[in-house]
Design a protein around this ligand. Structure first.
Ligand code: 5GP
Ligand code: MN
Length: 340
């Protein structure tokens, strides 16, 4: 944060305020971690805070400190609308546009509170009094650390706050392996570690908590993988029938797309997940190096994200979505083959 931003933040947070903190739809580790960490921090500063997310989050995040206090909008709409309408400040974390909050979009658009945005996605919308946006950051959680640091309170970060921040940095950097992980990231981690966090337990909670059904579903997904070495591309698909047969639970497919990216020589990976209830196919795209999946998703799949990780959807059938995906690969051949 620059000096001007710090002045604005301090002014907004002067006195005790009613603060709503919002994460994006289908909250991930970074969304739950950043909102919960900021909420715990602002509470410790004497503010009245409430985290609200559009819909439920996966069980593998439900152990996170203060995650039990999160209000789920589509389960508590009246209460959530009331909090949003009466808030002095609304902090939006880990997303760049109200289109990312599903059914909460109207409530946020009509709210009269002052907005604070903390986010690392490209092209942030201009709705906040304070827009702390940094696309070079690997996670919003890392930015929440810098926000607290800018408020002069880094030395007072509690173990619970640190556990939340660690979790979001870990999940958004692929456990500190993506190019977005910097020396500064590791310095933040060192600071967090000194608060007493048990990082080995955090990894276990998130990555070693699979149900047997999830691993069977992974088996199905891997069997469905198709590889196009000539385009350095691989993708996985899962039909609604396959999800049902393996007792799909929210969050079960998290990380599956990375198996496609782990094939030697592959730099572009996708997963297509049929969602009959919403009549869509949910799509995740991943890449290595300069191949920009944010642009692919924006152009073809009504979505977006980051250069190397993006999401989107298709309103066509699973089969049509897959044929369409295969049909666009030749357009990207030069870019795909340019990768070192
Ligand atoms: P995932 O594939 O894990 O759902 O998402 C990867 C990245 O893309 C995340 O940073 C997420 O915020 C972003 N993302 C996922 N779905 C969408 C979407 O529908 N629209 C936009 N703009 N970004 C998305
Ligand atoms: Mn994030």
């Amino acid at each position: 944060m620059n000096e001007a931003q710090i002045v604005i933040a301090k002014k907004l947070l002067d006195g005790s305020k009613k603060i709503v903190i919002v994460g994006h739809k289908n909250p991930d580790g970074d969304a739950v971690g950043s909102t919960s960490a900021l909420s715990l921090f602002l509470k410790s500063q004497g503010h009245d805070t409430q985290v609200i997310v559009p819909n439920d989050f996966p069980d593998f995040l439900k152990w996170m400190p203060a995650s039990e206090d999160i209000l789920i909008y589509n389960q508590n709409k009246a209460q959530a609308d009331d909090l949003i309408n009466n808030a002095d400040i609304i902090c939006t974390l880990d997303f760049n546009s109200f289109t990312r909050v599903g059914d909460m979009q109207d409530a946020l658009t009509n709210a009269t509170a002052d907005y604070i945005m903390i986010d690392h996605h490209q092209s942030p919308d201009d709705y906040a009094v304070l827009t702390y946006s940094d696309t070079a950051m690997g996670s919003t959680c890392e930015m929440v650390f810098h926000f607290i640091e800018a408020m002069g309170e880094a030395e007072h970060i509690s173990e619970d706050i640190a556990t939340n921040i660690y979790t979001g940095i870990m999940t958004d950097t692929g456990s500190f392996r993506f190019a977005s992980t910097t020396a500064a990231t590791h310095n933040v981690i060192a600071h967090l570690k000194n608060t007493g966090i048990k990082h080995h337990l955090i990894h276990e909670h998130v990555y070693d908590s699979s149900s047997p059904e999830r691993l069977k579903l992974l088996g199905v997904a891997l069997n469905n993988m198709q590889i196009f070495p000539e385009y350095r591309t691989a993708f996985i698909s899962l039909s609604q029938k396959e999800l049902d047969e393996n007792k799909f639970q929210k969050g079960d497919t998290e990380g599956f797309v990375n198996y496609a990216l782990s094939v030697k020589g592959i730099i572009f990976a996708a997963i297509f997940i049929e969602d009959r209830k919403n009549n869509i196919v949910k799509i995740s795209l991943r890449s290595k190096g300069d191949f920009n999946v944010n642009l692919v998703s924006r152009e073809h799949f009504h979505g977006g994200g980051h250069n190397n990780a993006a999401g989107g959807k298709s309103d066509e059938s699973l089969a049509k979505t897959i044929s369409y995906f295969i049909s666009i690969l030749p357009h990207y051949k030069d870019q795909l083959l340019a990768h070192a």
